[in-house]
Design a protein around this ligand. Structure first.
Ligand SMILES: Cc1cc2nc3c(=O)[nH]c(=O)nc-3n(C[C@H](O)[C@H](O)[C@H](O)COP(=O)(O)OP(=O)(O)OC[C@H]3O[C@@H](n4cnc5c(N)ncnc54)[C@H](O)[C@@H]3O)c2cc1C
Length: 488
């Protein structure tokens, strides 16, 4: 049997790679972790979830400071945003979390951490900084990067992506965002709240293309009411650097061309897998820009080399990367053949209000040819929601023809956290009647989960048939007043 230096080698120290490294080392595997940046943590910590959610919180507070009347408070003079201070806060939050993701921590766990960009020299060996390292198994977890499509002029025009947006030295006066997906929508709303004039362009006719149109439309409505300008169904024809401003020419569905100008262009048009420079072609691994091809155990076309996280091209979320890291540990270290199952993988877009989703939405159910019914409860009917000043949004529960829940979408306050109960219900195959009967604390926004389950049972419980049966057996006398008498 060949003698390799390491049991497992991990390339990329983000959510997926760190999960594998922590799991493998703690199980006694001799582990090598290679990261190209100077710090571990990946996109989520440095250029993704953490900075974006920190920035969104600042934008939320600033928005409330500018709207005290909504809470019965006196008006206040709110000075303009100093973006350097927001950036500083972002760096400070990252700095605190960085300690959990430090080289030192992983070294203490027992991993050898090397910085640099490796290339496979054969299926078991990499070349890195003039040395070679061999491992029995490898995991490629190099993440993804913002894609810049071949739009005429884009390559000659300065633009920013998620790598620069959190670290700008000033608040831009205006920003055109190319792409109305989760990143474009989250950043669009936040920067607009800070005072930047934001325009979002997307060739699709709705923002947040994975979501049901009615939910996405509600998010767009809130953002529009706050001043974000949208050009949807608009193809981007060209981009030009005009010096102080940049120009984006769009052509809308009706054939009209419009010239949009702004100080900054943010490109948020999707993500491409980080596969360059690894020498994957040479060792016969199938891949494309959308990701490395893997089977349901996350094995690439070389069975001892796994791919996990964004680079595998599936669900591009931190929790998906962590989940996949766990699958790799099961397969490569425990030798337990564990397969991926994304049926109830939740996700959330952190606009205000946020839009959370688990399982199938209506669009997916239609595409899958599933006959379904929807059950809806509005946040304006939730007492706590009203007390919090949150009137917009709804929860939508989707049942299949056997009346089993197959998905839930929540647009409203704390949507991401509200999904937690559904994560347990759907994964644990808990009966809907259990949720509907379970006492939830009052007044909480979480009561909406119980209420939406109740919308399914109410018509059955309070039906004419039940009333007639009760009348027959227990001689109930029926209404105490006629409906006409109720009109005051
Ligand atoms: C603006 C933004 C906001 C986001 N918000 C959320 C959110 O709220 N919730 C959520 O779940 N997800 C969010 N995401 C997605 C999330 O960041 C990713 O899904 C997650 O980081 C993927 O983890 P990963 O381990 O696959 O990749 P990464 O975390 O990107 O890690 C990849 C690592 O590999 C390294 N690397 C790359 N190439 C090489 C190489 N050749 N050699 C060695 N190392 C290499 C990189 O430097 C990096 O450290 C957001 C993303 C963005 C851009």
């Amino acid at each position: 049997m060949a003698n390799y230096e390491f049991d497992i080698g991990v390339i990329g120290g983000g959510a997926a790679g760190l999960t594998v490294t922590a799991g493998a080392t703690q199980l006694g595997a001799k582990t090598l972790l290679v990261e190209k940046d100077k710090e571990l943590g990946g996109d989520c910590l440095h250029f993704g979830c953490v900075p974006s959610k920190t920035l969104i919180k600042s934008a939320h507070v600033y928005h409330q400071m500018k709207n005290p009347k909504a809470y019965g408070l006196p008006p206040v003079d709110v000075p303009p945003v100093d973006f350097k201070q927001i950036s500083e806060r972002i760096r400070s939050v990252i700095g605190t979390i960085q300690k959990h993701d430090s080289e030192e921590r992983f070294c203490k766990l027992g991993a050898k951490v090397e910085l640099g960009e490796p290339t496979f020299s054969d299926e078991h060996t990499i070349r890195l900084n003039g040395k070679t390292y061999s491992a029995k198994n490898w995991v490629i977890s190099t993440g993804s990067s913002a894609v810049a499509p071949p739009i005429p002029g884009l390559d000659k025009t300065p633009y920013i992506t998620n790598r620069e947006i959190f670290y700008m030295d000033h608040l831009p006066q205006s920003m055109i965002i190319l792409g109305g997906g989760p990143i474009g929508s989250e950043m669009g709303q936040a920067f607009n709240r800070f005072g930047t004039k934001v325009t979002i362009v997307d060739q699709a006719t709705q923002i947040l293309g994975k979501e049901d149109p009615d939910m996405a439309e509600l998010v767009k409505g809130v953002m529009e009411s706050e001043g974000v300008e949208f050009h949807l169904g608009a193809s981007i024809e060209s981009v030009k650097d005009l010096g102080r401003e940049k120009e984006v020419v769009v052509k809308t569905d009706d054939g009209k061309r419009r010239s949009l100008k702004a100080e900054i262009i943010l490109v948020a048009l999707g993500r491409g897998a980080n596969v360059g420079g690894l020498g994957l072609d040479e060792i016969g691994i199938d891949f494309s820009l959308s990701g490395i091809k893997v089977d349901n155990r996350l094995r690439t076309s070389q069975k001892h080399i796994y791919a996990a996280g964004d680079v595998a091209g599936g669900f591009q979320f931190t929790h998906a990367a962590g989940y996949e890291g766990g699958i790799v540990v099961s397969n490569a270290i425990f030798h337990l053949p564990r397969k991926t199952n994304y049926t109830f993988l939740p996700w959330c877009t952190y606009t205000d209000p946020p839009l959370g989703s688990i399982g199938m939405n209506e669009t997916m159910a239609k595409q899958a040819g599933i006959r379904y019914s929807t059950w809806v409860e509005a946040f304006k009917d939730n007492d706590r929601s009203l007390a919090e000043g949150e009137k917009i949004g709804k929860i939508k529960m989707i049942l299949d023809e056997k009346e089993k829940p197959i998905g839930v979408q929540i647009l409203g306050p704390n949507a991401g956290d509200l999904l937690a109960e559904w994560v347990a219900i759907l994964n644990g195959k808990v009966k809907l009647s259990t949720l509907a009967a379970a006492v939830h604390p009052y007044p909480t926004i979480g009561e909406i989960n119980k209420r939406v389950a109740g919308t399914y049972f109410s018509p059955k419980i309070f039906s004419d048939k039940v009333k007639k049966t009760l009348k027959f057996f227990f001689h109930l006398k029926g209404r105490a007043c006629s409906p006409e008498e109720c009109v005051v």
